[in-house]
Design a protein around this ligand. Structure first.
Ligand SMILES: Cc1cc2nc3c(=O)[nH]c(=O)nc-3n(C[C@H](O)[C@H](O)[C@H](O)COP(=O)(O)OP(=O)(O)OC[C@H]3O[C@@H](n4cnc5c(N)ncnc54)[C@H](O)[C@@H]3O)c2cc1C
Length: 440
């Protein structure tokens, strides 16, 4: 993150990365130190953050720590989590701490370290426009213009709320991505948390666990799902988050891929068992030990259809029950926390190229190396990270295949290939695999 360095003085680059979240940081780490691949990664934030306003005490990483920026494709890379621990002199302490899952803040600090120690990663610089001049991409930021043979788009996601809620955000209603900034304002108020995934669970747990002086009068937790379902982190389910399944998934029809993403959603968007247990235990404390049963409401299996502000200033949250047709409830609250997820960030800087890019269901169509199909020269690529869930499945938005996906891009740039990975135990496809060897 310094302002010197060889790549910094170069105006033509092999690759420009747009965004420096975990996806592009992985690519930046794998390219670092390769003199044949001069690169810059621009991020518009003033400094590295990773969902900082959701770093609620006790929040942990939902994947193995081996799923850091590099280890699963380049374990000796200097930007590994192990290397971070070593440089900070805390390897023994980390081992002795015996975390069953790593605190999210520690992973965030690791990512910040990787960003700050890579001189090709630049903050406070927003990419505003990308053109192609026939030979190279011309990338215009709010500070300068550079050219590049390739670009890698890794701009992540933005908070999402239902359309009817969007105009009312601000006064008493906010997205969970701003949770810590607003949580203290909720003391003594009636609060609805909308969303039955990990973010909603963490917000609900935090609010019902706050000290008396900061605790809301009552917190209701609403989910469209039938119950508060756990993430499926079991062994065979985790095979969905391996490169081999990603390749199988990519070759399926568009409708089959959509069906699978919906069927497997809890392998990605469910709640950590430790969070669910902590919530249940806190509810036990509130109801049976503190005997304070009016402090919470659990309302799964309900869809929020509207939120109106009454003349008294109270928000009336209208809920439709999903099984009991015609049954609705009106929940009067003073605040709503929308934990309703994220959607791919808009990529307006690509507008000059959009008419040249093939799309599928609103996504840029990518090839097996995450390069966009477009009508430009085949050696000039637009790589897409974390923006093709429809084509690559649920891991696309998650940390699991970050290092592998970035390595694919690096291999394409270098014209090389990586070591073969051992095959999954499961034969995903009928077309090949070890099981078929015994077919009569
Ligand atoms: C609270 C939370 C916890 C999560 N925890 C986990 C977890 O435990 N395990 C897991 O696998 N996944 C987790 N995820 C999902 C996923 O890993 C993260 O969302 C991850 O941050 C995605 O990385 P990214 O690089 O694609 O996007 P982001 O982290 O969103 O980074 C994109 C970057 O692009 C920059 N940018 C955008 N537009 C421009 C522009 N025009 N010019 C320059 N810069 C731009 C932004 O400033 C941003 O820094 C979590 C998500 C959330 C919200």
């Amino acid at each position: 993150m310094t302002t010197s360095g060889t790549a910094r003085q170069t105006s033509h680059l092999r690759l420009v990365g747009i965004g420096a979240g975990p996806a592009n940081l992985s690519l930046a780490a794998l390219l670092h130190g390769d003199p044949r691949q001069p690169n810059f990664f621009f991020d518009r934030k003033p400094a590295f953050t990773w969902h900082d306003d959701q770093l609620i005490t006790g929040a942990t990483l939902q994947v193995s720590i081996f799923k850091d920026l590099v280890s699963l494709s380049d374990p000796t890379n200097r930007f590994s989590f192990m290397s971070y621990l070593h440089e900070q002199g805390r390897m023994y302490h980390f081992l002795n701490a015996q975390f069953s899952s790593v605190p999210r803040t520690e992973f965030r600090n690791y990512l910040a370290w990787a960003a700050e120690s890579n001189e090709n990663v630049v903050f406070s610089e927003s990419v505003e426009r990308v053109d192609f001049d026939g030979e190279a991409f011309r990338v215009t930021t709010d500070r300068r213009q550079v050219t590049a043979d390739n670009i890698a788009v890794g701009v992540g996601t933005v908070p999402w709320v239902p359309d009817f809620a969007a105009p009312h955000l601000g006064a008493g209603q906010f997205h969970v991505s701003q949770f810590l900034s607003h949580a203290k304002e909720l003391a003594g108020r009636r609060v609805a948390v909308a969303g039955g995934g990990q973010s909603g669970a963490e917000a609900f747990l935090d609010l019902i666990s706050r000290p008396e002086s900061e605790r809301p009068a009552c917190v209701s937790w609403i989910s469209r799902r039938r119950n508060y379902f756990p993430i499926d982190d079991s062994t065979f389910t985790n095979d969905f988050y391996m490169p081999e399944y990603s390749e199988y998934f990519y070759r399926l029809s568009e409708s089959k891929r959509a069906e699978l993403n919906s069927a497997h959603i809890l392998s990605s968007d469910g709640i950590s068992e430790s969070t669910l247990r902590a919530i249940y235990q806190q509810l036990y404390r509130l109801q049976f030990i503190e005997r304070d049963e009016h402090r919470f409401g659990l309302l799964p299996n309900r869809t929020i259809v509207s939120v109106d502000r009454a003349s008294s200033g109270v928000f009336e949250v209208m809920l439709r029950h999903n099984d009991e047709s015609g049954q609705s409830q009106c929940l009067p609250v003073d605040a709503v926390v929308w934990a309703t997820g994220f959607r791919p960030a808009p990529k307006t800087f690509l507008e000059p190229l959009m008419s040249r890019i093939e799309t599928e269901n609103g996504e840029a169509r990518v090839d097996e190396d995450f390069a966009v199909s477009w009508d430009g020269p085949p050696d000039r690529n637009i790589f897409m990270q974390n923006a093709v869930r429809g084509q690559r499945g649920l891991p696309d938005v998650n940390l699991s295949l970050n290092a592998w996906r970035a390595q694919r891009i690096v291999n394409r740039l270098r014209g090389s290939s990586g070591p073969e990975l051992a095959m999954s135990f499961i034969d995903w496809s009928a077309k090949n695999g070890r099981g078929t060897q015994w077919t009569l």
